[in-house]
Ligand binder design. Structure first.
Ligand SMILES: *Cc1c(COP(=O)(O)O)cnc(C)c1O
Length: 380
């Protein structure tokens, strides 16, 4: 790469070149047997993913969004139910409870780690109980940007309040907390294999994890139209939530290099921490954790400075992105569902946050150029 060539925000072509032989072998095997939906690679992938994250059961599904939906459907969550979730996350987290007729109750996040704030969650549960209109029913905790949420605190609070817990691990598959991979921290864990996630397919895909054999059986039934023990026995209203076999084959090929990719992301994050820590606010590490570094976001002083820096970086061939420019409670689709509670941290982050490129094929030289360009942009 020359000094002025644009740097890719994500480089799936470089990754493909790196894993080409294993990818070919895996895809050819599927093309030979032609079992394109829920073929043998899907079961192989489920076993490999469960073992990777230390969960008892894995059920592969069609997307991260469908994984969340199946988790809530299995619990019978619907009208009259309050589902607590962070206001600062991807839209799918709030969309799913609304699709099922439930009400999302937005919770603020920690200003330094950007993760859902357990103290504010406790306040929100108390206010829903006091209003006495909705039944506090479930919590969707999101592990944002690659880091884990504070699951010990969230799970303890949920247990005290009788809430069903779903871990939205869509951005953070591969992270660890207190030395253990995430996958068994909640009653159900949902992840995504959208191509830009740390472990991404070549299309849509997702997975559910649970410690309960009964819940796993329910997930399997729901992903295939609520089927019973035979295909033509319908026990419940389900959906088409199956994973296709070519995606499983891609994921099996990628899983072989996933640990080294996580290490590469961590090395880049450490360079960013070291080089940028005195220039901008860098993301605080969740104590005793490792991150999958789906996203590395810094905080600028305000929206005007962010706009200036983003333009200056763009001119230097450095792409950036904003996750998220608007918190969910202020989205046109969701604001009617919001009870009006103040969520000041999520609102402030939306104006200040800026994501820098981070992916396993980002060279040391490119990381250096990004840091130099940010330094220069802040001096302008
Ligand atoms: C990507 C994402 C999802 C949805 O996953 P899809 O596979 O795109 O459906 C859900 N929640 C969060 C936090 C995400 O980042």
């Amino acid at each position: 790469m020359t000094a002025s060539e644009p740097i890719p925000f994500l480089d799936l072509k470089a990754q493909q070149a790196r894993i080409a032989p294993e990818l070919r072998r895996r895809l050819d095997a599927v093309l030979a047997h032609c079992q394109f939906v829920l073929g043998p690679e899907v079961a192989e992938l489920e076993a490999a993913l469960a073992s990777f994250c230390g969960a008892a059961h894995c059920v592969a599904v069609s997307s991260g969004t469908d994984a969340l939906q199946i988790a809530l459907m299995a619990e019978g969550i619907g009208a009259g139910d309050a589902v607590f979730l962070p206001a600062f996350t991807y839209t799918a987290t709030a969309e799913v409870p609304l699709l099922l007729g439930a009400t999302p109750v937005f919770v603020d996040v920690d200003p330094r780690t950007f993760q859902i704030d357990p103290a504010h969650l406790a306040d929100r549960i108390a206010s829903v109980r006091a209003a006495d209109r909705l039944r506090p029913r479930a919590l969707i905790g999101v592990d944002l940007f690659g880091q884990p949420a504070d699951w010990p605190a969230l799970a303890a609070l949920a247990a005290r309040e009788g809430l069903f817990t779903v871990d939205d691990l869509a951005q953070s598959f591969g992270c660890t907390l207190h030395g253990r991979a995430l996958g068994a921290a909640a009653d159900a864990t949902a992840t995504s294999f959208f191509p830009s996630k740390p472990l991404g397919a070549y299309g849509d895909g997702g997975a559910l994890f649970t410690e309960s054999a009964d819940r796993a059986a329910l997930f399997r039934s729901l992903r295939t139209h609520g089927e019973g023990t035979t295909r033509y026995e319908v026990l419940r209203t389900g959906m088409n939530g199956r994973l296709d076999t070519l995606q499983a084959a891609v994921l099996l090929a990628k899983l072989t290099v996933f640990p080294e990719e996580l290490a590469a992301r961590e090395r880049i994050a450490q360079v960013y921490d070291r080089r940028l820590g005195n220039l901008v606010e860098i993301p605080a590490r969740v104590p005793d954790s490792t991150s999958a570094w789906a996203i590395y976001s810094v905080l600028l002083a305000d929206a005007a400075e962010r706009e200036r820096v983003q333009a200056s970086l763009r001119a230097a061939g450095v792409p950036t992105a904003i996750y998220y420019p608007r918190p969910l409670h202020l989205q046109p689709a969701y604001r009617d569902a919001h009870d009006g509670a103040a969520l000041p941290v999520a609102e402030a982050l939306a104006h200040r946050i800026l994501a820098l490129p981070i992916h396993p094929d980002l060279s040391e030289a490119a990381v250096g150029r990004i840091c130099d360009a940010l330094d220069a942009a802040l001096r302008q």
